[in-house]
Design a protein around this ligand. Sequence first.
Ligand code: TUI
Length: 316
Amino acid sequence: MKKTRICELLGIEYPIFQGGMAWVATGELAAAVSEAGALGIIGSGQAPADWLRREISKVKATTQKPFGVNVMLMSPFVDEVMQVILEEQVPVITTGAGNPGKYVPGLKEIGTKVIPVVASVALAKRLEKVGVDALIAEGMESGGHIGEISTMPLIPQVVDAVKIPVIAAGGIVDGRGLVAALALGAEGVQMGTRFMCAEECMISPLVKDKIIKAKDRSTVITGRSTGHPVRCIDNHFTREFEQHEKEGMDAAELERMGQGRLRLAMVDGDLENGSLMAGQIAGAVKKIEPAAQIVQDVMQSAEREYCRLTAFFGKR
Ligand code: TUI
């Protein structure tokens, strides 16, 4: 199988990223995914520097292969997190929830590959000019903090607007998604929700079970009125939040209501009061399995789908 530009750029075997999910993507998960030949990514979320340093050391102790750290740009610890990334010479960073432009020169100086998440063509173009190495274009099918455009229209528009490699995210769970993403012009995929159900993922087993039981319509978007829309599995918390939004509660108070809810779900397993961030594809996640098996299954099912398409179009 030929490698895409993203495999060559990062030195990975398969064009698959594991989403850097806050409170979900710890060193254990990232190490397992990287060791399997894809790109494991630690989700630093709103964690402080010493937490990140510990997770990085777990990955380095388990695998020699490249790994990444996701930097959530709305974090109060963003500057100290960037400092740890520089000190630890992390090979790849992805960013979310903002514009990482001002950090790019410093990271490039030490050879860290910078791959921001974008949800629009405008930001994609701006970041290519700043000199980022690749982009993750994330559709609103994704879990957590999202943009407004779906994966299907977002990917080809971003691909046409930039020359650097584009990774597709949002609504991807298997080889069909990988082949579809490649067909749209992307050079790889990022998956979050499926990796939440990896054996090495340290979240509460209750959350994994909730994802496995989810159906196509199980997720909802809350927070549009705050300017920070978030997709999660429908529960008591989302219904309460929606009610307050309808009644016109102000954005600052709504944001306060959301604080600590992601940890409450993922770590404490509170399925009703926590924020069960997950993508629309949750309905298609069927089982808990090792991360390496997920990577292998995506690659093998992609090959099968490709053969099916070849048969459909006829061999040349
Ligand atoms: O970042 C994510 N998903 C996330 S972050 C998160 S943790 C969180 N905690 C508290 C409040 C909110 C979130 C949970 N899920 N995905 C990447 C992503 N980035 N999706 C959309 C964007 C994005 C949105 C707007 C990137 C840039 C942007 O505009 C920046 C600009 O300056 O134009």
